[in-house]
Each structure stands twice: as structure tokens, then as C-alpha cells.
Design a protein around this ligand. Sequence first.
Ligand code: NI
Length: 263
Amino acid sequence: MKKTFCLVFAGLFLMQAAACAQPIEPDLSAYGTAAPAEIPMEILGELDEETLADLVEEPKYVALTFDDGPRADTTSELLDGLLERGAAATFFVVGEQVPHNECLIRRMKSEGHQIGNHTYSHVRLKTADKDSVVEEIQKSEVLLREASGEGSFWLRPPYGAIDSQKAKLIKTPMIYWSVDPQDWKLLDSQKVVDAVLSTVQPGDIILLHDFYPTSVAAALEIIDRLREDGYAFVTVEELFRIQGVTPQPGVLYARPDRVRTLS
Ligand code: NI
């Protein structure tokens, strides 16, 4: 913005100079070298602590991820809540649940969410043979592509479990998590909210399941509460981009800055 203004200003200055009988050569050396804005100490000194913290603090980003959907009622309710709040999320979808729920997949895509693959029938990839691993992933990809168009559907292995041999078959990055409130076990939205809020850090990938009404309620409250604390909600892909990390195929990430060692 500032740079555009400078260029427009420089342009006007040049036009004016051209109209003059004796053109003045503007000194453009100061333009294009703009450093990040610095707030002078005399201004900082007069601000109250809270405003100061807001100005100085780095933005805090986290990624909410939802596994095991889509489920018609709970996933639509979640999408409504995310839209209302302008929050993005990532959905690791189970392929066999895509038929009859294609409209939800299309909605995820059109509302700026990331769609990932959670295999076709939620298999344990560690114990499946190599052919089944490939088939489980491809079958799901075809359905996701038909519903939402071309894209790279990153994998979240069911149970977060995959070994190094099977990982070699995976052509996309793989996403684990760094915060797991065990929402599927608690089935209590308040307990899930508390479990997340007590551990969450900027850069975290939070694991939830859009399959449970209690998890949907918890997710929306987590957004409202963390927002008050300066957090913004982005897709997993965006979290990597913000942190300047290019995720590699076949590598399992707990966060953009943390890789899981595979056995
Ligand atoms: Ni799962």
C-alpha cells in the first residue's frame, strides 16, 4: 500500500516535472527500499500495555482439522459456524462417506477450506498390504476430485498410523496433529474446549472430528475464545505457507516445524 502510494506520488511528481520548463530530476533513491514500519519510541511509550502488546505481538495462527466426516447434519452445522466467523479449516474426509454428501465437499472448497484424504474406509495403513494402501487412497481421491475438482488431497492416515515403508507409497504430504483433546472419547464440548485451550500454541494443528455434535459445538467455542486472544484460523496448507515450510510427500508432520519419525 505504502509502496503503491510512493510510486503514484513519484509518477505525479514526474508528470509535474515534465510540464515544467526546467525539469527537475526527482531523487527516487529513497523509493523501493522501504523497510518494515517502525513505531517511534516516543509513541510506544504513551500506549497502554494492552494496545502495546497487540502492536508488538506476532500474529498467532492455528489450524483446526476435522476427521471422519462428512456427516450431513454435523458437518453442515460446522460449515455454517465457520462461515459466520470467517474461519478456515481442513477436513480429512473418509471416501466412503462422500457419495450423497458431495454438496458438502463442494461447499468446503467454495468456502475456502482445505480438503484432505482420510482413506476410503478408514483403514489402519500399518497393517494393510501395499496394494490396499494405494487403492484406499486412490479411491478416495477419485471421489474427492469428482466432487470438488482438481487438487492435491493431503493424507491424514487413520489413527495417525503409518510406517516408513508404506509412507514411500504416498505422493502427498501427510498430516498428524500437535493438539489432541480426544473429543471422540470425551463427547463433552466443555471438556474438549478446556483440553484445547490449556495446551494450544501458535502453529499448532488441532485434531477434532466433525462427526460428533459435541465436537462441532466445541470447535466454534474454541474459535470464539482463541480469537479474543489474537488467534486466527487458517488451513493446514496456509499454516505451512505462513511458516515458510514446503511440505514433502510421504513425510508425516505434527506441525509445520515438527516431523514425526516413522518406524
Ligand atoms: Ni479417523
